[in-house]
Design a protein around this ligand. Sequence first.
Ligand code: OOB
Length: 555
Amino acid sequence: MSTAFPQERGDLNSGFVPFPADRAAIYRQAGYWTDKPLDSILSNGAEKWPDTAAIIDAERRYTFAELDSLADLVAARLHALGLRAGDRVLLQLPNSTQFAVAFFGLLRAGVVPVMCLFGHRSAELRHFAAVSGAVGLIITDTAAGFDFREMAAALQQEHPALRHVIVDGDPGPYLPWSTLTAPPSEGEVAAPPARENFDAAAPALLLVSGGTTGLPKLIARTHNDYLYTAVASAQTYLMTGADTYLVALPAGHNFPLACPGLLGSMTVGAPTVFTADPSPENAFGLIDKHKVTVTGLVNALAKVWSQACDWEPVLPTSLRVVQVGGSRMTAEEARFILDNLTPGLSQIFGMAEGMLNFTRPGDPVEVLLHTQGRPMSDLDEMRVVDEHGADVAPGEEGELLVRGPYTINGYYRAEEANARSFSPDGYYRSGDRVRIFADGPLAGYVEVTGRIKDVIHRGGETVSASDLEEHLFAHPDIYAAAAVAMPDEYLGEKICAAVVFSGKPLTLAELNGFLDARGVSAHTKPDMLAALPALPKTAVGKVDKSQIIELLRSS
Ligand code: OOB
């Protein structure tokens, strides 16, 4: 398969859209950009808290000093293998200490990790390999019956540039990860090569976008902007070395990686615990054992944890902050988490593209229930615009446009998408429909009301999926629901409610009776009801509407 981009070394910056010089100067002036490499988080930690645990999983524990020297060793060996600064390597390991070792080993070698999610498969990885021009892949052997080595073999066939396949576990024909981490032999140089021409405004890592339509896009995050994300988000949550963070979501996702996640925790000397099993049965025990104080969850998982508090013998009482975000949450859902799981609920509205909003420790309950937080940085610039691109009146709904010290200025190697997704003055068009409260106790806070494109064109009407979903969620027998568009000969699109019932399933007539009683207009009511055992999820655990539509079309 050919790509529009040369795959030789040294072309990391081709197709990367840097920050404009005028704004970069402002971020440096403010002290938000420090021009240090991202892995200085680790060297700093090793200097300040050498003997404190940095990363922990069921099998292993490494102090900051141990992780620091191991990252050097791995980097030296990656270099010896032939990997060079600016090369890209796909990183796809389960949540474990080895994920962090590989991540920092790559950074130390100047290699740019492409942060695949553990649930991604060849469709996504093939695309990441093609766009990034990756020369390597770090995987585990098998998980839940899936053989990652077979996937690697197929990928290598299509992408001969993918020369280095490194496997944690049984390597098959590939290089065992343990050869990179084994103690140094006598005389072995365990230091990475010196960094030449280091540029903190160049990409440090590539994240993948969170959209559920089409393949994820690659998002280049620079040393400067990502280091700032980690530092500032840990500060926002008043984190200290007395905290412990639990990675419950896939570790390669921005949320558990740096918001504050692993990287933010490391900036304050707080240990990070990894688990590949986020079920309450497993996670609650770990939280208790390690006295975890901070974690991040997607909505569906937060709901499961909240319910489990009814029956689990060990409760996660050490938690001080539970961040919940990734998709829309109603005030009722937030209330349920607050009442059942923790008073430490924090809503987070973030994106791999950068921009983060949090509710803060100490915010009034009203803020926790009704908003998705406010921007992390005083240099975040937000606009809310109508369909013509004009700013709406304060407090009105519209599409959120953002730019700031840690929001990208373009997707990586995606000129066409960039023409659509970025305004000429550098704002990222988020596609999220929001309102920013203009006055009263919620002033300055953001409410996410839906996605601008998540609408159903039914006859001549445009129906907002999230408006209907809000009504569906209000039914006591509905556990989860999504409104999706299905093709219709007469209407163009008809409204389908995909519903997971917690009790006895309703009929469409019963459901519409309930919606009538709530005053839902005739053209907003579903034409079709699909009762499902569960809603399909993305690799990070968000409801995946494109999969729902596929499922319904094929059934
Ligand atoms: C996080 O990042 P992504 O890149 O997987 O997804 C970003 C998109 C946003 O544009 C928005 O559509 C949606 O996910 N989203 C929310 C939300 N948080 C994210 N929609 C409604 N309410 C929220 N609270 O999802 C992400 C990245 C960093 C931290 C947290 C989440």
